[in-house]
Design a binder for this molecule. Sequence first.
Ligand code: MN
Length: 235
Amino acid sequence: MSAVVQRVLPAIPITEVPVVGGGFFPVRRVYCVGRNYLDHIREMKEADERDPPFFFQKPRDAIVLDGAQVSYPPFTSDFQFEVELVVAVGRGGRNIAAYDALDHVWGYAVGIDLTRRDRQRDARDQQLPCEVAKSFDASAPCGNIAPARDARYFKESAITLTVNGNERQRGDIGQMIWSVPEVMAQLSRQVTLGAGDLIYTGTPAGVGPVVPGDLLAAHIDGLPSLTITITSPEV
Ligand code: MN
């Protein structure tokens, strides 16, 4: 007798990010680099500048798209932005060599690593995981993905973020301590990268808090901009 196995809940929606020119990029996992620009490490008064990068994850359903309204999250009074280059992995692998890593890239996007800065300070002071500071609802805005074949390799490119039209962050991708190939090489020694993974590659200096009503516009030359609005907390 054959039995049809049925889901006990409706299917969980998959997360997809629009692609420049049409189509969607399905998201598998979302990784982030903890520190990758000297001036940001210095403004955070963080550890040794020679330390290797560390990685953390956000849940994939934390992705929100260009134009999203992001409600001010609970459990913080210091909600901050970090503009970042996002790498979209097209071909997975383990122990990827840096010289080979760009062949694993499907495309690039602009992202914002939204952060509960007060909870991050708590986690650091108490030596607890940073998850509460980094991995929460709508914490991973991601702009439309440009295919790598169209986007030149982002070795150097201005990266900026404005709040209500006022520039708050400005850096250059070329200031990354660990380049995109080096980030991929290091991460793929820790986990098996898969097609559909997104990697947020760290933020330059200028991070700061937002309040409801703020309009955030993130930009990297050569990529589609990412704009989000912060709205009142959900009740
Ligand atoms: Mn970040």
